[in-house]
Design a protein around this ligand. Structure first.
Ligand SMILES: Nc1nc2c(ncn2[C@@H]2O[C@H](COP(=O)(O)OP(=O)(O)OP(=O)(O)O)[C@@H](O)[C@H]2O)c(=O)[nH]1
Length: 413
């Protein structure tokens, strides 16, 4: 059995993208380049993988054989169409593309991965053509229920589209799989933004674990960027673990809080304040303005004692009103300042590189857990051990050890 060669995989994807681009005639002159890339990668693959292959394996360097040997699928016509749609910045194609990567069907997921690889390649090509900087700005937004997140996103999103930006709003809400749907990034909460042709709103994928939701959101971000969205807002509720997962996906993390103290802010974990680049006190209007000023002062002094996360950025606290629009343009200026400073210092690029590794580990963790849960010996033993753990007859650690032992023995056979 051959090992899958990354270069050949990329070559194949480039090859299939060539076909797509050729058919829609979006990019001229790339055909030869991509064809060359594809063929060179295939050649490299054959040269390096022949020794590992069985002698009976046919080695003709045709696309068909490579697909068979490497187990890599060709992009289906429907996936190619999605790619074309994304390149045309079509929102319906983007919605379908995200559904594809979220699918639990293995074949569909694989098609989703081929699509994603093509989009990544396209973004890379564009990056080299452009200034070399990051073309998109990924912003995480968290806050306790009632802080005004949807009101804020509605106003802020419209403000950004009025400046000529294209804004995608995604949500990370692992609880949506148990409650049957996420309220975050819900179109009904953002009526004006949801009908703006330069905006795209997508609720949280309801795929269960936080890892799964985070992984899907990571991939959705790339698809949004492929579809020409330059500002990606990722929304999460600031009362669980999801905001920490979002930290691994964004350039800037923003915490939105209401002008309330004590009990009402108890939902906010102290840790989340520490990791915020900006703390935004919302509802600074009318009777609430004095309270908002007080909260701002409290957070400014609290942040002074917190550990610095960036060499060059000191977290800031500012007040806004999402209803009146006060402070929104100042907030955006501050975000741009953050982006410029960290971009120039290379911090954003290294942050994204680290995030790619986290993304890979999310995949590994999910897949390994999936294989573990499906393994026959584990399936057989699990109910009994779970029962013993809940009855206090065995410690969770010992139960886990027994299951892992059974799993490893079964895998070694
Ligand atoms: N006075 C004032 N009220 C606001 C402002 N922003 C939001 N609100 C109000 O605060 C309440 C909660 O706002 P939402 O935008 O629904 O808050 P959320 O954080 O999305 O809340 P959940 O949907 O519970 O997660 C609503 O009644 C809003 O009208 C603001 O800037 N000023």
């Amino acid at each position: 059995m051959c090992t899958i060669q990354a270069s050949a995989f990329r070559g194949l994807c480039k090859f299939s993208r060539w076909k797509v681009q050729d058919s829609c005639k979006t990019v001229r002159g790339m055909k030869t380049k991509l064809f060359r890339h594809g063929i060179q990668a295939l050649h490299r693959t054959f040269h390096t993988s022949i020794p590992q292959c069985s002698t009976t394996t046919p080695m003709s360097p045709s696309l068909q054989n490579v697909e068979k040997i490497l187990g890599v699928q060709k992009m289906e016509e429907s996936t190619e169409k999605l790619f074309v749609g994304l390149m045309r910045h079509d929102r319906a194609s983007l919605a379908r593309a995200i559904t594809l990567i979220e699918s639990s069907n293995v074949q569909k997921r694989r098609q989703g991965q081929l699509l994603l690889t093509s989009v990544l390649e396209h973004l890379k090509d564009e990056d080299t053509v452009s200034s070399g900087g990051l073309r998109s700005f990924r912003i995480g937004l968290s806050g306790p229920p009632g802080a005004g997140k949807s009101t804020f996103i509605e106003y802020f999103g419209k403000y950004l589209t009025s400046l000529g930006h294209r804004v995608a709003v995604l949500a990370v809400d692992p609880s949506s799989s148990t409650t049957g749907g996420s309220l975050l990034a819900d179109k009904t909460r953002m009526p004006k933004l949801s009908v703006d042709p330069n905006a795209f709103i997508r609720p949280s994928p309801a795929s269960g674990t936080l890892g799964g939701v985070a992984r899907n959101t990571n991939e959705a971000v790339v698809l949004c960027e492929g579809a020409g969205f330059d500002i990606i807002l990722i929304e999460t509720v600031g009362v669980g673990q999801s905001e920490f997962a979002v930290l691994d996906m964004v350039d800037l993390f923003c915490l939105l809080i209401p002008p309330a103290g004590g009990d009402e802010l108890q939902g906010i974990k102290r840790g989340i304040v520490e990791v915020s680049d900006l703390v935004v006190v919302n509802k600074s209007d009318g009777d609430l303005e004095p309270a908002a000023r007080r909260i701002q002062a409290e957070y400014i002094s609290a942040l002074k004692f917190m550990k610095k996360r960036s060499r060059i950025w000191q977290p800031k606290v500012l007040r806004i009103s999402s209803i009146k629009g006060n402070g929104i343009s100042e907030l955006w200026e501050l975000m741009c300042e953050f982006r410029e400073m960290l971009g120039a210092a290379g911090e954003l690029k290294s942050k994204r590189q680290r995030q790619l590794q986290v993304w890979m580990w999310n995949h590994i963790r999910d897949r390994v857990l999936d294989v573990f849960r499906r393994q026959h010996a584990v399936v057989q033993q699990l109910p009994e051990l779970e029962d013993m753990v809940t009855k206090g007859l065995i410690t969770p650690g010992l139960a886990a050890d027994i299951l892992l032992e059974k799993f490893l023995v079964a895998m070694a056979k």
